[in-house]
Structures are given as C-alpha cells and as structure tokens.
Design a protein around this ligand. Structure first.
Ligand SMILES: *[C@@H]1O[C@H](CO)[C@@H](O)[C@H](O)[C@H]1NC(C)=O
Ligand SMILES: *[C@@H]1O[C@H](CO)[C@@H](O)[C@H](O)[C@H]1NC(C)=O
Ligand SMILES: *[C@@H]1O[C@H](CO)[C@@H](O)[C@H](O)[C@H]1NC(C)=O
Length: 265
C-alpha cells in the first residue's frame, strides 16, 4: 500500500513538475488554433504540459506593426512566466519567431529556458511577396522598398518592419524602426548603445536558442545581439530540414521529434 502511494505520488509529481510550460506564438495570417497540431505533439510527448497559445494578432491583425505586437504579447505572457517558477519554453513560428526575439530582448524579467525559432525571418525578408498580393497594389518586390521604407508603412504594416532589401540598406537604416534595431546595427539611425547592451543582456537570459529552418532560410545571422556569446556557451542549436512547405513546419512530426522535443524538458 505504501508502495502504491509512493508510485501514485511519483507519477503525479512527474506530470506536474517535470515539464516547463510552453508558450506558442503563431505566424502571419495564422489563427492561434493553427498551432494546435504542434500543441498536440507536445501533449503526446510530454503529457501534462501547460501550453499557452497566444491568441493575439490573429489573421489580418497579424499585419499590426511589430513593436505594438511586442508590447501586447509581452503583457499577455508575463503572468504565464511569473506562474512558472522554473521557467518556460517559448516557440515562435514564422513572423511570431521574430516578434518573440524582440520580446526576449526587451524583457528584463523573462525566464525563458529554450527559445525555439521555427522557420522565422530572423534576418528579414526579401523576395516572395505572394502572400501580400491581396493587400497591396501590384508592385514588383524589387520596388516595394519605396513604400516600406517610409515612416507611414513602418507604423502600419508588420512586413515593412522586417523587409530587408539588400539593394537599399541605406534607406532601411534610415527608416526601419524594427529589424535593424533588434539587430542592434550601429548603421541604423535608431541605434542606441545603451539599448544594445540591455537587449543583449536580456536576450542572453535564455538557456537555449534553437533555430529551425529550411536550407534557404538565411543561415547568416547578425552577431550584434548575442548570438556569438550563445554559440560560445554551447547554447545555439541549428536544424535544417529540406522540403518542408512553410505552412507545414508546426505540423511535421519529424521536425518536432528531432528538433523541438529535445529542448522542451
Ligand atoms: C496553465 O498556465 C496558466 C498560465 O500560467 C494558468 O493560468 C493555468 O491555471 C494553468 N493551467 C493548469 C491546468 O495548470
Ligand atoms: C559598427 O558595427 C560593426 C559590426 O558589428 C563593427 O565592426 C564596427 O566597429 C562598429 N562601428 C562603430 C563605430 O562602433
Ligand atoms: C537609449 O536607450 C535607453 C535604454 O533603452 C533609453 O533609456 C534612452 O532614452 C535611449 N536614448 C536615446 C537617445 O534614445
């Protein structure tokens, strides 16, 4: 009988205390419920995990400029973190992974253990704009910088915040209020050395950065926000999978088993 009690207690505690809560931030044009496939992989692998799907900026609202998303999502997930004394894990998909990076750079009280960036445009986007076609007048992607590198679009459209046109870096540095800032580029008009140090310090509170992407997802990442330090510490983990369609990353079991599950303990 005592043994049975012990087993019962053991199984209850292992369910409640083994796995850290997981927060999932969806991508552009997604509904939070689109992430339920990923959530169910987690629940199957680690029963009892408390999973929060962030239900803000869904569908068309995902075009909200990113600094506004950063502050609203921060306010929503802070209590989840505060309830988790051993920390949380956070998974950001697509645009949600970039938003999450900015959250972790600007929050000095987060307790994220693993940050998993799933097919996210961490170095911005240039090219394929097919998803924008219904929302913008037809314009070649080579020319979109004319719209996006303006104060108007920077304050209106998330995509403008991470548009990274290699042929117009000067305008990007002058007008972009987001990506060059979270990357702490000293060529940005908004560069601020105090903020840079703070962002890096905040970001380095994570224990693991897991970058998951396709072979063309942009392997070069700026070093200015702490990547090099993470790498030296053995905290940077990269996974590349070929042949995964962008919308299928969170529902592909192989990606979960090989690249996500090991970091959710
Ligand atoms: C899951 O986490 C949320 C946020 O911290 C909390 O409000 C909720 O009570 C938790 N649910 C369970 C079943 O523990
Ligand atoms: C600007 O940043 C680059 C790349 O991090 C660095 O090599 C350079 O020394 C910096 N310049 C100044 C003036 O700080
Ligand atoms: C630079 O960043 C710090 C910390 O975020 C902020 O307090 C300060 O006001 C900023 N300075 C300028 C000139 O924007």
């Amino acid at each position: 009988m005592a043994k049975l009690h012990f087993l019962l207690l053991f199984s209850l505690t292992s369910v409640s205390f083994c796995y850290k809560p997981v927060i999932i931030v969806h991508g552009i044009l997604d509904h939070a419920s689109d992430m339920e496939d990923l959530a169910s992989f987690i629940t199957q692998a680690h029963p009892g995990t408390n999973i929060t799907l962030v239900k803000l900026f869904q569908e068309l609202e995902s075009f909200t400029p990113l600094w506004r998303q950063v502050s609203a999502i921060t306010a929503t997930i802070r209590p989840v973190m505060q309830n988790a004394k051993d920390g949380v894990h956070i998974i950001g998909f697509s645009q949600g992974g970039l938003t999450t990076r900015a959250i972790l750079e600007t929050m000095d009280d987060h307790n994220v253990d693993s940050f998993i960036s799933l097919s996210s445009p961490q170095m911005g986007q240039y090219g394929d704009t097919s998803f924008l076609r219904p929302f913008l007048p037809s314009i070649a992607y080579k020319d979109i910088y004319i719209l996006f590198y303006t104060a108007y679009f920077q304050n209106k459209l998330s995509v403008a915040n991470y548009w990274n046109d290699p042929f117009h870096e000067d305008l990007n540095n002058e007008y972009n209020i987001f990506l060059p800032v979270v990357n702490s580029l000293n060529s940005s008009k908004f560069f601020n050395v105090t903020a840079k140090e703070q962002y890096k310090k905040n970001f380095l509170r994570i224990n693991n950065l897991v970058l998951i992407g396709g072979p063309d997802d942009g392997v070069y990442l700026e070093d200015t926000f702490g990547l090099h330090s993470l790498d030296e510490r053995g905290s940077l983990h990269r996974y590349t999978f070929s042949g995964v369609h962008h919308t299928h990353w969170h529902g592909t079991k192989k990606v979960f088993v090989e690249a996500i599950e090991p970091w959710l303990t």
